[in-house]
Design a protein around this ligand. Structure first.
Ligand code: SF4
Length: 209
């Protein structure tokens, strides 16, 4: 990628991340989120992986490294970026609900301790609802537009369904299929927890496009 384009991409990604950090579209989810999840990796990727949100898998660096190794070995892609459909993972929290806490402020301090209990946050991550996904989807679409990957790998049925619909594709997503939109291939896969060598090899035909 030419230097000028790389700098422009960096500038646009930083501006996008600033807006995501300041976003308050889902106020009820923000109490237990210190920082929204951001994309990571090559800024001119061959492939962009999209996860539904942060979870135990995506927070484990070893898992991410292993997934990248698998994609490189099985599919021959070199430059990889991963990102999230929903940036602020909702959490179920009995502490938050057992106190009359009407503050719109975040309840995690800079060390990720809960300011109510003074203990590390023990909220349980739960799946984002449709409203939250729709609030957040525009950031992903913008990120895809900026980084312009040739392949977008959609991890899991919900990610596949929402992203494909955003591009006007209303098929029921099946893992291992590829969908062409504006010279970009959207490839559907199983949820990251179930994605192994066998699943990766099944994608080879879609990636030979
Ligand atoms: S989940 Fe997305 S839309 Fe909702 S507050 Fe976080 S960044 Fe904003």
């Amino acid at each position: 990628m030419a230097n000028g384009l790389r700098e422009e991409n960096i500038r646009r990604i930083i501006a996008l991340e600033d807006r995501i950090c300041d976003c308050r579209r889902c106020p009820e989810q923000l109490h237990c989120v210190r920082r929204p999840a951001m994309g990571k990796g090559e800024l001119s990727p061959d492939i962009m992986i999209v996860f539904e949100g942060e979870n135990q898998y995506t927070s484990d660096l070893e898992q991410i490294i292993e997934l990248r190794r698998l994609l490189k070995n099985c599919l021959g892609v070199k430059k990889i970026y991963h990102t999230f459909m929903t940036r602020c993972t909702p959490k179920a929290c009995s502490t938050r609900h057992s106190v009359c806490c009407y503050t719109p402020s975040k309840l995690l301090d800079k060390d990720y301790n809960c300011i109510l209990t003074k203990q590390p946050c023990n909220g349980v991550p739960v799946t984002p609802d449709t409203t939250q996904i729709l609030h957040c989807l525009a950031y992903l679409i913008e990120e895809i537009d900026i980084l312009n990957p040739h392949f977008v790998l959609l991890m899991g049925e919900r990610v596949s369904e929402f992203v494909l619909k955003s591009y006007g594709i209303f098929d029921l997503p099946e893992p291992g299929r590829s969908y062409l939109s504006n010279q970009r291939y959207f490839i559907t896969a199983v949820n990251e927890q179930y994605f192994g060598e066998g699943e990766c090899q099944q994608l080879a035909a879609a990636f030979s496009a």
